[in-house]
Design a protein around this ligand. Structure first.
Ligand code: HSE
Length: 292
């Protein structure tokens, strides 16, 4: 039996659209084995217990790439990462499937190849790279290959995820983005994403607020999330270090000083006045990444 533990991820981190991501300490656990025949999936809703299951589809893709003829497969799922909330749940399924299949097929693929296949399935590398490596990771696609660099964030930071009671698919959230952007929006983001990376490396947390700004996706996606602008404003008013849309949303991610003891109760009180139910989770960076 292969056991795979995969962290949640928050992608984009504001301006780093499709290239920045941070691993966080909520986990999905998958237990996978090759059996004589058939497909058995346990531990998730009936709608996911079939051949369309993303873990299974990712396994099949990996088997094909290696040229391994598999027999039956049993998958047991223990899910803690909320589904379709912008916290890397689908990346965890993809990566978990690829890693498990590679192990069953005799560990034929390198870490780089695992990242490449997983990013191909996911469509972008910014969730799978930190889920695989842990910490904060910058990742880019060049030709068919993925290149990434792990950033060591100094201590002193924690995160708070504001997770609403509704889902938002990445597909729907990408559909509202423009196909072209003005030159000035590109320049705006280049500056902010560079500032985000250097401020985090140097522990200059007072610069993060500015570095969270972006012109490529957050303003378009905010319209899909009820009370988005008001929540962002409230988080800024409550002395957060920074606030941004987590991945494609709808979760809103807040960066806080490690010793902040007021934010949690205050934001809970505020979100309880809103129409949707928002659950509030304090999170820390996972520096280890996937554990097999
Ligand atoms: N970078 C991706 C996006 C993350 O923003 O659409 C979502 O999976």
């Amino acid at each position: 039996m292969i056991s795979v533990k995969i962290p949640a991820t928050t992608a984009n981190v504001g301006p780093g659209f499709d290239c920045l991501g941070i691993a966080l300490d909520i986990y999905n656990n998958f237990f996978v084995e090759e059996i004589e025949d058939g497909l058995v999936i346990e531990g998730c809703d009936d709608e996911y217990c079939n051949e369309d299951n993303l873990i299974y589809k990712s396994m099949k893709k990996c088997f094909q790439r290696i040229g391994y003829k598999h027999k039956g497969i049993r998958i047991k799922i223990e899910n803690d990462i909320p589904i379709s909330r912008g916290l890397g749940s689908s990346a965890s399924c993809v990566l978990g499937g690829v890693i498990a299949a590679n192990k069953i097929a005799g560990n034929k693929l390198s870490k780089d190849e695992i990242l490449k296949i997983s990013s191909e399935i996911e469509g972008h590398p910014d969730n799978v790279a930190p889920a695989l490596l842990g910490g904060m990771v910058t990742s880019i696609k060049e030709g068919d290959d993925i290149y990434c660099s792990k950033i060591n964030i100094p201590k002193g930071l924690k995160f708070c995820a504001l997770i609403p009671d509704f889902k938002l698919s990445t597909e729907k959230s990408r559909a509202v983005l423009p196909s072209e952007i003005p030159y000035k929006d590109g320049v705006f983001n280049v500056g902010r994403v560079s500032l985000m990376v250097s401020a985090l490396i140097n522990g200059q947390f007072d610069l993060i607020k500015l570095a969270c700004k972006d012109s490529l996706h957050q303003k378009y996606r905010g319209s899909l999330i009820k009370d988005y602008d008001n929540i962002i404003k409230k988080c800024k008013d409550l002395d957060s270090i920074g606030v941004f849309l987590s991945g494609a949303g709808p979760t809103i991610m807040v960066m806080l000083k490690e010793n902040d003891i007021n934010f949690y109760n205050k934001i809970q009180k505020y979100t309880s006045t809103l129409d949707n139910k928002w659950s509030i989770k304090e999170l820390n960076i996972d520096n280890k990444g996937i554990d097999v």
